[in-house]
Each structure stands twice: as C-alpha cells, then as structure tokens.
Write a protein that binds this ligand. Sequence first.
Ligand code: NAG
Ligand code: NAG
Length: 364
Amino acid sequence: MIYLGCFLFLCGLTHVTASYPIWWSLAVGHQYSSLGTQPILCGSIPGLVPKQLRFCRNYVEIMPSVAEGVKLGIQECQHQFRGRRWNCTTVNDNLAIFGPVLDKGECVRIVPVVSAATRESAFVHAIASAGVAFAVTRSCAEGSATICGCDTRHKGPPGDGWKWGGCSEDVEFGSMVSREFADARENRPDARSAMNRHNNEAGRTSINDHMHLKCKCHGLSGSCEVKTCWWSQPDFRVIGDYLKDKYDSASEMVVEKHRESRGWVETLRPRYAYFKPPTERDLVYYESSPNFCEPNSDTGSFGTRDRICNLTSHGIDGCDLLCCGRGHNTRTERRKEKCHCIFHWCCYVSCQECVRIYDVHTCK
Ligand SMILES: *[C@@H]1O[C@H](CO)[C@@H](O)[C@H](O)[C@H]1NC(C)=O
Ligand SMILES: *[C@@H]1O[C@H](CO)[C@@H](O)[C@H](O)[C@H]1NC(C)=O
C-alpha cells in the first residue's frame, strides 16, 4: 500500500469525563517534501470526523501544510513555556520525532498534555490553529499548491515611493483552512466546544492582526530607485509572544446553560463583572489550573521532580518556584566544548576541545 504522504489529524479533545486527562492529540506523518509525488490516502488516516475526511479529500494538496502548522504551533508552545512548571510536554517529548521517525514512514502521535478547560488548553488551541493558518498561508504564497496562491484583493493604492509587487500572503485562505479543519470537531453545544472555538479563532485572528508590508529595493547597485511591497505574515515567534501575553491575561469564564429549541446549550459568561469582558482576540477558560507541582494524571500534570532549575533566577524557572519549595539536588556535568578557536588566512577555523564543568540543579 502506498502510505499517506504526510499528515496529521487534530483529534481535538477526546470525549472522556472531566476527571480524566484530556489529550489534545494529533499525529504527524512523514515527508512534507514529497508533496504531489505520493498520494495521501485520507481514508487511511485514523480518527478523522466525516467533515475532516471530506476536507482532506477536497484539499489533499495542502494537508502537508496543515501538519506542518500543528508542528510549528507545538514547537512554539514549547519555546514559550520552556523552564515553566507546565512546559507543553508532548507524550513523545522529543522533537526528533519530526525527523528520523518520519523518514521511516510511520505515523507518530504527539500529544501535548493539558487538562480540558484551563488556560494552558486555551493557549495550545490558539497556537496550533494559528500555526495551521500560518503554514498554509506560507506554502500557498510559495506556490506549492494549485488551489491557492497570492492575495490579489487587498492592494489599495500604492504608497509613497513604492508600488505593489511580489506575492502578498493570503491569510484569509489559510485561516479558512484552519477554521474548517481544526474546528471541525468543535460543534457540540457544550462549554468546551464554545471555549475551543473561541480560542482557535483568537489564534487565527492574531495572524491577521500582525500582517505587515514587506518591501524590496530594486535599482542600480541596491539604490532604492524602485521599491515593491507586498503583505507578509510576521515571524511566527511574534505570534507566539503575542499569544503568550494573551495567556497571561486570559479571561476566566463561567458556564451557563440555556434551554433552546434544539435542547440545552452551554455558553460562557465572564466570571468577574468588574473586569473588561474578553474580546474575540482574548483567550478564555473556565477551569483553574493545577499548580503542576506533583504528578497527577487527572489534571495532566507531570510534576516538576528532576526538572532542571536555575539557581540564580527568582522567576518561575528558579529552583525555589520551579521545585515548589521541595529543594533541589546539584550534580556536576563535564561537557566538551570548542575553545581557543583560531582563524587561519584564508579561510578556515581550527579549534581545540576543552572540558568545562557545569553545576546542574534539578528539583527534588
Ligand atoms: C518538560 O517537562 C517534562 C516533564 O516534567 C520533562 O521531562 C522535560 O524535560 C521538560 N522539557 C524541557 C524542555 O524542559
Ligand atoms: C539563570 O537566571 C539568571 C538570572 O535570571 C540568568 O541571567 C541566566 O541566564 C539564567 N541561566 C540559564 C542557564 O538560563
């Protein structure tokens, strides 16, 4: 059988009762580069709901970018939360899973562990759906699919000393893909679906809000006689930093039940009337987070035992806070490093190898 090119599914939140850990899961296949050369068999992907399956078949060309986008989102999540008690751990917590394993053509599940309706869950949803919108938008602009391309609608008049040129990134198309695919499971009338839809959309909106003009100079030896400009997405790090701020200021909600003609429907209302209500750009949650100090499979907490902490920091990565007051152990580690490097004319660098000794502190 020809195995799928590459791919992923956003399993969304599996339906387990609230006292169990909620796994926000996805799987990533292999060979993003083989776009178009290997058929993706949508039907062989486990866990797709009918809407996602239809979507996969209609948009099979861009499925690699969807997978790439989730990967990007999770990597950014791990960057933003490195050194914190909750650090966006995936069950297979090794970014190598995107490399070697993928080459073997296996489908790998990577699962950020997060409890259902907490602000961590809000962040994971926002960053992953932003990642999908971002990656699809980028690959369309790079011309890697026939069903999408550059944005020709949002041009307006040219500016002072520049004209339109190049390929404007079509964030609307990328967002549509993310909405269709990532939100496909979030159609239940319950609070969790409402929360996920909101946070997914907040993630996508953040990309739209950060679009900017990028320009290039033309002319004799780089003199900027002619300048062409196009709409571009920001660096994904900008989105990560922005959503991390949104995580810090996320709005706590309460669940309200209404009786409607189709039955009971749950909606979310801000818990505190004296705070500004959340806008579509804010993240929302309705369950408070555990302190992540002790392992607890009910809340998706790994605890912080054996985590490396920073002895001199007074922040959350410092040994006091990260270790939750339990204290830390110290061991020394010898690491080989390049040193005494000399530049030789012309052109190479030679180095010696030195052994340096480091203190490594880990939580008790
Ligand atoms: C994240 O936390 C897990 C669980 O405590 C730990 O195994 C892992 O090394 C941590 N990752 C980083 C990058 O600190
Ligand atoms: C530890 O914390 C200090 C103070 O915040 C900081 O300057 C240093 O770079 C940190 N070290 C590491 C390895 O992160």
